[in-house]
Write a new protein. Sequence first.
Lengths: 194, 158
Amino acid sequence: MRLPIPAKAHPVQTEQIILFRVSGQLFAVSSASVQEVRSVDTLAGAAKEIAQAGLRKVRHIVQRGEHALYVVNGAMHFGLPPFAPALVFVLRRTRTALLVDGIEKMTTMTRLQALPQAFCNDERDWYRGVTAIDQTVVPVVKPEGFLTPDELFLLDSSLQPKESPTEIAARESALGGLLPQTDIIDDSSASFPQ
Amino acid sequence: MSTQTDSESFVLLRLAERRFAVAAVDIAELVAPSRVFRFPHQTKEIEGVILRRGRIVPVCDVAARLIGKNLLSRRFYLIAQRRYTTGTEWIALPVTGDCELIFAEMIPASEADLPHVSGWLSHDGDVIEVLNLTALTPGPTTATLVVPADAVQQEALS
């Protein structure tokens, strides 16, 4: 008698993830997306405050070679209560350094379910999907979702050196009035969507 | 003579003192309340998700929209199929009482009816709204529907 050949099991695709907390809320991020984990203390000396960021969730910048990393307050990003962050995740292939409470554990995710379509607002940009770990549902964050292109543009613009009125007057004087007169629109009170 | 073949089947659900109907073909099951997992999001109609048969099902309390107040207590979750342009997904609707399967003839909604009303039926002396879940529960507009490719891929492989 010949026994049936057992069907070859398909290997389950798994992914290493880091479970972390922001304001007590549990999230997951792919380990491959985290380039570096630092304590807030070790980053404090290297961080520079942004004078006029225009984004409440970003108050500091860390210069890394030619690139500037924006330090995103995770609680403000997700609309959670304020917290005292202990760690910073430097997220790979982004310009985001994310402030978090701490790491819960590292584990393996075997199934990532797409975010149900009933969720139809900004959270679609925040999460890659959701997964069930130990009978708990955890959203899996999208590293590039912490700062939208518009927000990055706003932050980059805020870092451009601004001329003082004296410098502007000096430059115009040096040009000897060769430039045509134009109306100056004061948009200093303009607000940007957050 | 009218027979059941002329009728459609509906599930009657109760929200506080009022009853509503959903086409039975749209109902997956009726389950006891279980833990609702909450995480940050910005879709105010969704209060969280439950785990059911390995699926992550959003919980949508439709009471505020239908009876003008949120439910203080809930007896069951009616798991319904919500249609989207790309397919159907389960959605859990909290209800306050038993549900009942009935056969009835539906009178289609008129233009004067609210978008979440797909029709009306008469049962036990009551006139009952038949709910259009697509209009009642949140979902993406076609332009905003983005399902991450990796999520779909991993779900298919698991």
